[in-house]
Design a protein around this ligand. Sequence first.
Ligand SMILES: Nc1ncnc2c1ncn2[C@@H]1O[C@H](COP(=O)(O)OP(=O)(O)OP(=O)(O)O)[C@@H](O)[C@H]1O
Ligand SMILES: [Mg+2]
Length: 374
Amino acid sequence: MEVDKSLISALIEAALSADYTGVRRLGVQIAKGLSEQNDIEGAKALQSLLRRRGVPLQASGYAEALPRDAGSRLPLIEEGQWPTTPVMMGGQAGHTVSQFIEDAQHIDLLTQKGVSARLGLLIYGPPGTGKTLLAGHIAASLKRPFYIARLDSLISSRLGETAKNIREIFDFVPARNAVLFLDEMDAVAKIRDDRHELGELKRVVNTVLQGLDSLTDDVVTIGATNHPHLLDPAIWRRFPYKVELGLPDQDVRTSLWQHFLYQDGDTHRDHALLLSRVSEGLNGADIENIALAARRRAILGNREPSLSQILMAVRGSRAGSPQLLDNRELDTADKKALTQMLDEIGDVSQAEIGEIVGVSRQMVHRYLKEAEHG
Ligand SMILES: Nc1ncnc2c1ncn2[C@@H]1O[C@H](COP(=O)(O)OP(=O)(O)OP(=O)(O)O)[C@@H](O)[C@H]1O
Ligand SMILES: [Mg+2]
């Protein structure tokens, strides 16, 4: 066997200073070197060694408690629940996610054949589109514990503390056969403000890179960000699988309304479809909020959710600031606005509009004439 001697010295140094992240990272590098030299057996033996839980961590009891920030004593990591609600997404995102799950489930075979990829998935897209929810689903599909680390909360104002916090996360997770979810990845890039100098940004990015490199191929890491363009390219490259969760398209919006408003019942498909057409630009969380508000009003008022009230709420909503409905009856101005909004969709007949708005077909005709002239 021929291994770079500098790696061995670095390994011994890391071991003697109890730098577990370092030991794992160097171990991974040495295993890679072995498999490149076609010593598949040696690489495999080393990899299975690296998957074991570190004895000192276990013996000290340290492994049982969640790591905390030294200053604030706030936990650096929390264990998330497996979600119980479904995540709606478009075809492409769905394909990538299934492929990622399949690869993760068969990582041993893939490693044995020398074709494993790092199990890193980056989910990016605007707020409220289901990124955190999706990460939880992946953990649930893999039946692994779901550990959430929010990078923005790891950033400490105390010099050197940030890097230490990040290292603790990467020391904590590998031995647990868990999914490590790094939320708010772009927080790292935001260190570039006046409080910190550029040197610290570099150090923090490097610590994240080293942490990611210390993980063996079987560790599942999911990163999420609203601002993929702010991510350091080296971090971007560490996540071979990428899923964009954009604002929901019409099909996804239909499923969201169907689920959150009509609890996946079959009777209101046409209403869900209509709502999906007027709610372009809203995110999944907005649709959920409006739908739940409508169901609350319906339960307390002991009636069906009111489609016209929901349409008015959608009309007054923008991404990130949904308007929740109230019990107010529609006044004439509301009825006119709603009539116009439904007319603009294109293929809703005047009779249907009248039924939804609660006025006669003649009145719909009149509203539209008035709108045309005024
Ligand atoms: N695509 C979706 N399918 C199902 N539910 C969704 C979807 N998008 C949003 N939701 C609902 O909105 C809630 C908030 O979504 P989530 O926290 O996962 O968004 P996020 O993308 O992580 O947002 P942020 O960028 O603000 O962290 C979810 O728990 C879920 O109830
Ligand atoms: Mg989130």
